[in-house]
Design a protein around this ligand. Sequence first.
Ligand code: ASP
Length: 453
Amino acid sequence: MIVCKFGGTSVANAEQIKKVANIVKSNPERRIVAVSAPGKRSDDDIKVTDLLIDLANTALAGGNVEEKIQIVVARYREITDDLGLDLTMTEIITQDLRDRIAVDRSNIALFIDNIKASGEDNNAKLIANYFTSIGMPAKYVSPKEKLILNDAPERTFALQEAYVNLSELKNEEEIIIFPGFFGYTKEGVLRTFDRGGSDITGSILASAVGADLYENFTDVDCVFAANPKVVNDPVDIKEITYREMRELSYAGFSVFHDEALMPVYKQGIPVKIKNTNNPSAQGTLILPTRSQSNRPVTGIAADGGFSILYVSKYLMNREVGFGRKLLQIIEEENISYEHTPSGLDDISVIIRSDQLCAEKEARIVKRVKVELCADDVHFRNDLSMIVIVGEGMRHNTGLAARAASAISSTGANIEMINQGSSEVSLVFGVRSKFENQILKGLYQEFFAAIPSI
Ligand code: ASP
């Protein structure tokens, strides 16, 4: 059995939804289909999820809600019209949005979640109708009382019982159309995953039914070894391990959500990234292990928006509990950290900058100085993390030296180096203004000479 997930651009309009139907029809193993909300039809278009967030914010600000509802409904009307579906569907969607606007607003985040989730929910209903109308019996299944999530405000994840409930879907006769991106708590409160979270729903479904394969359909033929918007014509990746993919999606490879790997990883279910617009392309296969290739590096990623908290204190290495106390201050500010490279007398804490503000930074600096009697404490902002990833890296010597020399030849100073204990990745912190140049330089160093993976 195959579980497939179709992303926003794959279900953005009637033409795309027809492609989805053909793909599902072409392989009877494709029994369960998770769908996103309609995404962008062109580069300058707006995703339905963003229209819905705008609608929710308009409602909270007391603005003209009806106007915003009509903008959302117009997207669905275009699709239903072009698919030749009954127009009562758009009336149902209009009423659904009005009902969602009318619910309790005491928890703003949950109010927004409920409206955001309607994008996938209504699209799933519409797609199930369409499949059935063309002779592919399909059934919309609601995540309610099935995809059970933890309570807010903790980061959203599926509880074990979700997997038990969803496992029953493998026995259904019809093709299951399941909305991505959201589930419900035990008390029936709707919560969404992070943006791009339909990937996570698909993975949970694949794991729950013990699928042979999880196919993730998007709008690119494969995962590339580097960002094609920066590096000219990068090589494609045919096979990649879960660990490699995790590291790359963490650092800016937006093809597949980094949290989506966990459910399938636990069961060893392979994931295939495929293109809805070119389904015969081979795609990229994500596996527990892969056959050795002729190159140590599989991919290079870069992501901006990082800050470093730098702390130094003479004889830090002798002070019992210094690291714990420092991280406790970070925790008390409700901040998660990415890496903590350290020396004898200094330690850096790498943090995503969107968790910081000037006030928070000043408070942390003051606390670390006073409570830990540190000599020097400061933040450095505008940093990018460059991540070099490859299972083959641990068997190769001199890689860090090659990478460092490629970086320094761009004129950039390396602010931080971190090698994960598994030796699958090597992370460099650099000023963001050098990011693209470095990516090109590293690609040249590790890929230009060996063209195929
Ligand atoms: N529609 C949601 C988003 O735009 C979730 C998804 O597409 O995966 O983030």
